[in-house]
Unconditional design. Structure first.
Length: 400
């Protein structure tokens, strides 16, 4: 794929020459880490952000859909609410990616790191220290995920709704800048649905059957839990769907609607009305989580921004993230928002991206676009910059 501003002289024969000096675009998602080179439409790798550790704390990368798990290992993460809270482990994680999956030379490669909407100055500066002190990348650029997603639609003013694994964000972007006072975050997201489905299915199936790993008896409890969730996510992605309109009682035709999923040990799991009921959690009040529905998050966000921007935001709602691919979610959200009393006039219009890849990885794709521009080198913070000015310089380099 060639993008406007892409430096054609980087296209050379041989993997080593091709990768040299081409920016490495990296995003830590709550569930999935996406990484690859600037100029591509899709990440080169998509791996679990969780990782395995043994007694010596050595990191081992995990794999989605793998039939076997690392034995005598615990599952860990360096993220908390979407932000890195352990840069030492994050550095080790990136080192494993470089050695085992990407084979890049950090000292010759600029790093484009994508951060979440609510990332703080303190987290950002710790990142800069880790990049230049531990990871030894040649240069660094940091950009916020929501703004990068907006580049995919080429719109400067949008209300971004990004519902992923562990978080749902509603982010107003006005003339290319995040309006921080309007940013809303909720824990009601994909893994909340995964947990809810797991509670239903674990009452039907023995734990060893509702698990992906064939070496179940030799792995730790945290690894068993991870393997169960990995399998539940797969079943979820194939079966859940929303009704286009809200129903007080969901009509379920057992003969027509029942789905059968064959588990790894050949047992059969019946997926019944939970396929409709669980995704309804995205639109229903959950008081203990301070959640009144996805439509209410959008209402709150719009009403926090200045009145002159509300109409345009309401007319430019962009929905991305893994949950945006639940069948009928876009249509249902359109109906739910239309029925709300929002303190502004205007027509509700919801967009999503043209391809499934862009919908699932919109911020990474936006990062790939930015890092491909001919002017990108001017945005970078180099190791020399770091040595001269320290990590605080990154605050003058960011565009948001």
């Amino acid at each position: 794929m060639y993008l406007p501003g892409r430096r054609k002289d980087n296209f050379k024969d041989g993997a080593t020459d091709y990768c040299k000096n081409i920016p490495f675009v990296l995003e830590f998602g709550g569930l999935t880490t996406r990484a690859g080179y600037a100029g591509y439409e899709t990440p080169t790798i998509q791996i679990p952000t969780d990782y395995a550790t043994k007694g010596n704390n050595e990191i081992e990368l995990l794999e989605f859909y793998s039939p076997r798990a690392p034995e005598n290992s615990e599952v860990n993460s360096f993220l908390s609410q979407g932000m890195v809270n352990n840069w030492e482990q994050a550095s080790n994680f990136i080192e494993q990616i470089n050695k085992k999956l990407m084979q890049i030379n950090p000292s010759e490669t600029p790093l484009f790191l994508i951060e979440q909407a609510l990332s703080t100055k303190d987290v950002r500066q710790k990142c800069v220290e880790a990049v230049f002190e531990s990871m030894n990348f040649a240069a660094l650029f940091i950009h916020k995920a929501p703004v990068l997603s907006s580049y995919v639609l080429a719109k400067e003013t949008i209300l971004l709704v990004d519902s992923g694994a562990y978080s749902t964000y509603v982010v107003p972007i006005v003339e290319g800048y995040v309006n921080q006072k309007g940013v809303i975050r909720s824990d009601i997201a994909g893994e909340y649905l995964t947990k809810s489905l797991g509670n239903v299915w674990k009452s039907k199936i023995e734990p060893e059957s509702l698990n992906r790993f064939t070496n179940y008896a030799k792995i730790t409890q945290s690894m068993k839990n991870w393997g169960a969730n990995d399998l539940i996510r797969e079943i979820k992605s194939r079966n859940i769907k929303l009704k286009e309109t809200r129903q007080d009682i969901i009509k379920f035709n057992h003969a027509v609607d029942t789905q059968i999923f064959e588990l790894p040990d050949k047992q059969k799991l019946e997926v019944l009305n939970e396929m409709f009921e669980v995704p309804e959690l995205l639109f229903n009040p959950i008081p203990e989580e301070n959640f009144m529905g996805l439509q209410d998050l959008i209402k709150q966000s719009i009403e926090r921004v200045d009145s002159e921007n509300r109409r345009e935001l309401l007319n430019n709602i962009m929905v991305v993230g893994g949950n945006s691919m639940i069948p009928n979610l876009i249509e249902r959200l359109q109906r739910e928002i239309t029925q709300l009393e929002i303190n502004t006039s205007g027509r509700v219009k919801i967009y999503t991206t043209q391809t499934i890849n862009e919908r699932a990885h919109s911020s990474w794709v936006g990062g790939s676009i930015v890092a491909s521009m001919s002017t990108f080198d001017n945005l970078l913070m180099t190791k020399r910059d770091y040595d001269e000015h320290g990590p605080i310089l990154i605050e003058r380099k960011v565009l948001f």
